[in-house]
Ligand binder design. Structure first.
Ligand SMILES: Cc1cc2nc3c(=O)[nH]c(=O)nc-3n(C[C@H](O)[C@H](O)[C@H](O)COP(=O)(O)O)c2cc1C
Length: 210
């Protein structure tokens, strides 16, 4: 599919074919494509839990407004945003800096500067930490939905869930926020897709505050 087709054909589908699986290879391809998403300082504060087992998906569904798509989709993901993903000593923060040094983009002597820059930008308050984690993870999630559609796989993002309930149910550590749940699979062919939803126009999006 070309880019325009991917964008226009991606829909939040409500009904998944329970007989059609998404293979491990397809999922890997989707995630590796989505990982090309940009992130601040390339910190990539995203990770995810992949649920395929029906019992596990039902455990999630009971915290997700009992939305049937959670268990009907062959794959439902709990998308995680790491609010600590900017801190000195964090595995991926250091890996990221090592890579900047290896590629000659920074020198070892700039490590403290880098940690301080991250701390000043993202560590100032809980709100900043959450914004850092969720905005970057949002780009990843969008890329994931488009990468899936490019392979003909449909998705559905969900906010309708109890974050504390999900964290407790799946032993998710404190440092993660859950920006969304994401189901993936194939639209059920005996259902009718709802017409495309309205979108803001150019004039509705562009604002000034003079
Ligand atoms: C972060 C996020 C959370 C959402 N949460 C839900 C949800 O819990 N349940 C639901 O039915 N739809 C949910 N949606 C789907 C939206 O309603 C849908 O994307 C929007 O109406 C536009 O439709 P389209 O994606 O088919 O173009 C969510 C979408 C996003 C991006």
């Amino acid at each position: 599919m070309d880019f325009r087709q991917v964008i226009e054909n991606r829909r939040a589908v409500n009904f998944f074919d329970t007989e059609k699986d998404v293979s491990e290879d397809q999922l890997r391809q989707i995630l590796e494509t989505a990982a090309r998403a940009p992130s601040s300082f390339n910190l990539q504060p995203w990770s995810l839990m992949v649920l395929r087992d029906k019992e596990e998906k039902l455990r999630l569904q009971k915290h997700a407004w009992d939305q049937p798509k959670v268990s009907e989709a062959p794959v439902t993901m709990i998308i995680l945003a790491d609010m600590d993903g900017w801190q000195a000593g964090h595995r991926f923060v250091e890996k990221n800096f090592d890579s900047l040094v290896e590629t000659g983009m920074m020198s070892e002597g700039q490590r403290d500067w880098f940690h301080n820059a991250c701390k000043n930008l993202y560590g100032a308050s809980m709100e900043r930490q959450m914004a850092f984690a969720c905005k970057n993870t949002g780009f990843f999630a969008m890329a994931l939905m488009l990468a899936a559609k490019d392979l003909g796989i449909d998705t559905h993002p969900m906010d309708g869930f109890d974050i504390d309930g999900v964290k407790k149910e799946f032993n998710i550590p404190e440092n993660y926020w859950i920006p969304l749940l994401l189901s993936a699979g194939y639209f059920r062919s005996d259902k009718t897709m709802l017409p495309p939803k309205w979108r803001k126009s150019f004039d509705e999006m562009v604002v000034r505050f003079d």
